[in-house]
Design a protein around this ligand. Sequence first.
Ligand SMILES: NC(=O)c1ccc[n+]([C@@H]2O[C@H](COP(=O)([O-])OP(=O)(O)OC[C@H]3O[C@@H](n4cnc5c(N)ncnc54)[C@H](OP(=O)(O)O)[C@@H]3O)[C@@H](O)[C@H]2O)c1
Length: 294
Amino acid sequence: MGLSFQPLGALPVIEANGARIPRIGLGTWRSTHDEGVQAVQAALDAGYRHIDTAARYENEQAVGQALAASGLSRDAIFVTTKVWHTELRAADFRRAAEASVARLGLDHVDLLLVHWPNPEVPLAETIGALCDAQRSGLTRHIGVSNFPAALLDRAVALASVPLVANQCEYHPYLDQTTVLDACRRHGIALIAHTPLGSGKLLADPVIAEIAREHNRKPAQIILRWLMQQPGVAAIPKSSNRLRIGENVAVFDFGLDANSMARIAALAHDDGRVSKPAWHPQWDAPANSSAAHRT
Ligand SMILES: NC(=O)c1ccc[n+]([C@@H]2O[C@H](COP(=O)([O-])OP(=O)(O)OC[C@H]3O[C@@H](n4cnc5c(N)ncnc54)[C@H](OP(=O)(O)O)[C@@H]3O)[C@@H](O)[C@H]2O)c1
């Protein structure tokens, strides 16, 4: 089915293998308890319709509380959750997905992701359990997260229903050409996690200069750079109402080719922010010295 782009209400969506994914969603890692409830409420007030959570974030109940209080109809909201990498055997996966949906107070989520790959569990078993979760109605769509290109190819080949997303770290300090090309080849959206580098990119002088030129905030320049790339969505996290509003106000201006290129040129070999011990072997940056060495 592939990728295409159409507006839905006020905010654009990516159409990826049958899913309509709002291009900006709220990240909620580290937003727990009341802070989590208030962040989701502020996001829904600001027009967000896509909320990203995970069992690991220990905030599914808070997210669910805010969704229930919003008064929005269920089909107006796109909710993503994820199964942790220690729960990837089929029986564990099923139990974990059911528990997430229950904590959210929903009868299904819109997107269920394998949070990280786990080489100790056969990929066929995990992808089988992921597809079963969709077939049994626990989720409308399925996908993966933190899957490098070759592993994504294997997951796609194993899946009996289409994957719609690969949620990966992506921002101007990290060249993700290889995995982005793989996503596009499969008609899968790349949902950019850590899109502001967990805040590390916000003081970058080039971003700051482009922000001044456009009379915008640095976060808006980074998010706009992502939005101008076909097939890319982003889930910036904030627990501040003002910043939550800023991060979604990125569809009323544009960056010219020169600004896009200056921002892309910020990528460097050590640009990755999310480096847990269980990370897979990442794709080499396509344009880096590391890539030229091999
Ligand atoms: N799949 C995975 O393995 C994975 C891994 C990491 C993250 N994620 C997802 O991706 C989401 C985003 O990643 P992240 O939380 O690491 O970091 P991020 O979105 O890159 O950056 C968040 C940081 O930037 C600040 N910030 C946000 N908007 C701002 C603005 N307009 N101006 C100034 N500062 C701003 C936030 O502070 P305030 O809250 O104070 O505004 C926070 O400190 C997570 O919440 C999670 O949902 C997924």
